[in-house]
Design a protein around this ligand. Structure first.
Ligand code: CP
Ligand code: NVA
Length: 309
């Protein structure tokens, strides 16, 4: 594993190893405090971020290294310097690059030209770090409280077939979790990603289901997940999307058809009263802040795996 661009590139063993390390890092943080001593991570952000920025920066500091925040607007990239040159220049200074971009091809280009690991911190197409941290949250919850493994579970994703849906579908498939996505017509997942997730899922005796019926997706689900209806870069479509996603709110009535042990998940930021009711988002089934915390532990596991000696 040189880079983390998409979960499709990882093997089931890679995902399992990252999960194991993330659980270890969470349980024993001081054991890892000089693992990346003297290492530097460059973080390129073309979009806003709270969790990704803070968890990578704090994670590097806790591992003994440091992180540089590079706003896409402030570095020469924003004035047209090629990504290929940026990748090669940064490779001469730092030990890893994390990038949050609009075009997914920007991250693949960085990975192609950098001689150091490149980590996808969200693109329009995927958000692998979030999905891996979410597997950690699901595993710790269902293993500790119910003795269930990831492969025993069903995840329902209700909402836009976006970057989050894509990475969750790919991640679920890698661990044999059934994944059902309910989205309105016109907002379905990318067919290539669905084909990739389905191929992996079938080799793991799991399935990837697409429907326009939220209740059909959520029926019997152990995990109910949603994300914003308008992602970063789609702000102009907000009003149209609110209309198109009518009936797709995750609320108490929808949660009632899930498994009784179900948890509610959201990568955040959330829009209460749109994709999720405040009652569910802040209710007893919600694990949204565990998810946010686990970004830190999983990010550390990813950086140790890719950048460690
Ligand atoms: N979930 C997530 O990636 O949050 P940020 O946009 O705040 O980084
Ligand atoms: N789908 C959202 C995720 C934010 C973490 C977006 O891309 O804006």
């Amino acid at each position: 594993m040189k880079d983390l661009v998409t979960i499709a590139d990882l093997t089931t063993e890679d995902v399992r190893a990252l999960l194991k390390l993330a659980h270890d890092v969470k349980a024993h943080p001081t054991r890892f405090r000089s693992t990346l001593s003297g290492h530097t991570l460059a973080m390129i952000f073309q979009k806003s971020s709270t969790r990704t920025r803070v968890s990578f920066e704090v994670g590097m500091s806790q591992l003994g290294g440091s992180a540089l925040f590079l706003s896409g607007r402030d570095i020469q990239l924003g004035r047209g310097e090629p990504l290929s040159d940026t990748a090669q220049v940064l490779s001469r200074y730092v030990d890893g690059i994390m990038a949050r971009t609009y075009a997914h091809s920007d991250v693949t280009t960085l990975a192609e030209f950098a001689s150091i690991p490149v980590i996808n911190g969200l693109t329009d197409l995927t958000h692998p770090c979030q999905a891996l941290a979410d597997l950690q949250t699901i595993e710790e919850h269902f293993d500790e409280e119910h003795g269930l493994e990831l492969g025993d579970l069903k995840m329902a994703y209700v909402g836009d077939g976006n970057n989050m849906a894509h990475s969750l579908a790919l991640a679920a498939a890698k661990v044999g979790m059934t994944f059902a996505c309910a989205a309105p017509e016109g907002y379905w997942m990318d067919p290539e990603i669905v084909a990739s997730a389905k191929a992996t899922a079938s080799s793991m005796n799991a399935s990837v289901i697409e429907t326009t019926d939220p209740a059909a997706a959520v029926a019997g689900a152990h995990v109910v997940y949603t994300d914003v209806w308008a992602s970063m870069g789609q702000e102009d479509e907000q009003e149209k999307r609110v209309r198109d996603f009518a009936g797709f709110e995750v609320n108490a009535a929808l949660m009632a058809v899930a498994d009784q042990r179900t948890i509610f998940m959201h990568c955040l930021p959330a829009h209460r009263g749109e994709e999720v009711s405040a009652e569910v988002c802040d209710g007893p089934a919600s694990v949204i802040f565990d998810q946010a915390e686990n970004r830190l532990h999983m990010q550390k596991a990813i950086m140790i795996t890719l950048m460690g000696d």
